[in-house]
Design a protein around this ligand. Structure first.
Ligand code: C5P
Length: 221
């Protein structure tokens, strides 16, 4: 493990999409690549942190130096995060599905003449909100992400208050930005001090800058 300003700190990072099963062979997912979350885990390890990396199914190479926990569903991600607490900080970069299929089938749904199945959904646990609002075990620093396509700052500012986290890293994921699945990111860091616009840069550079900010925030803790 590298030595640095985060040596002795334990940090949880969630990353990637979740897969919510319809039946044993089908699932609902989203377009998260896990690139930004993986880069953050790597940057935190490089500053000396003990990182628990909880990831949904993603093709990214696993961050070296981190303790990797692979999960599939939002429910499994929540259980893995809860099991990893307590921690000094928790960074929620995963694109968690908002819903799972209610009553997913244990056997493959067969194609039947003239019959089209319909799915009903039930809400998933909000991992960020539950950790932010947990009492005794709340990490000193809780960071959420907000991927928006409209009114980025307004929505993210409201999200910070609603979830109860300390910071929101907001970004515009409109298709024309090329951010989702791309190498670069342009983020706005939202804290109780307001909104700080970072220039567009590689996801690795966003991760390094964020890791440094996290180290500075934990310094007096
Ligand atoms: O509400 P929304 O999904 O836009 O919030 C995004 C933030 O909340 C991200 O940090 C994401 O990782 C986290 N989140 C979560 N559990 C959910 C939904 C979102 O941890 N069920």
């Amino acid at each position: 493990l590298a030595e640095g300003p985060l040596t002795g700190r334990r940090i949880i990072v969630t990353s990637g999409p979740t897969h919510e099963p319809i039946d044993p062979v089908r699932y609902i997912a989203n377009r998260s690549s896990g690139a930004q979350g993986t880069a953050i885990a790597r940057a935190l390890s490089m500053l000396g942190a003990e990182v628990v990396f909880v990831t949904g199914p993603a093709d990214e190479p696993r961050p070296e130096g981190a303790h990797v926990v692979e999960v599939e569903t939002a429910k499994e991600m929540k259980d893995a995060v809860d099991a990893a607490l307590p921690a000094d900080a928790a960074i929620f970069a995963a694109a968690v599905a908002d819903w799972h299929v209610d009553g997913a089938s244990d056997s493959k749904i067969k194609k039947q003449d003239g019959k089209i199945p319909s799915l009903s959904f039930a809400e998933n646990p909000d991992i960020l909100a539950s950790v932010s609002q947990s009492g005794k075990e709340r990490p000193a620093l809780v960071v959420g992400f907000a991927a928006e396509t409209d009114d980025v700052i307004e929505n993210a500012t409201r999200k910070r208050v609603r979830k109860g986290c300390d910071w929101i890293v907001a970004n515009d994921v409109s298709p024309e930005t090329g951010i989702m699945g791309g190498r670069e990111n342009a983020v706005v860091l939202i804290s109780d001090a307001g909104a700080e616009h970072w220039p567009r840069m590689e996801k690795d550079a966003v991760a390094r800058q964020l890791a440094e900010r996290i180290a500075a925030a934990l310094e007096n803790n």
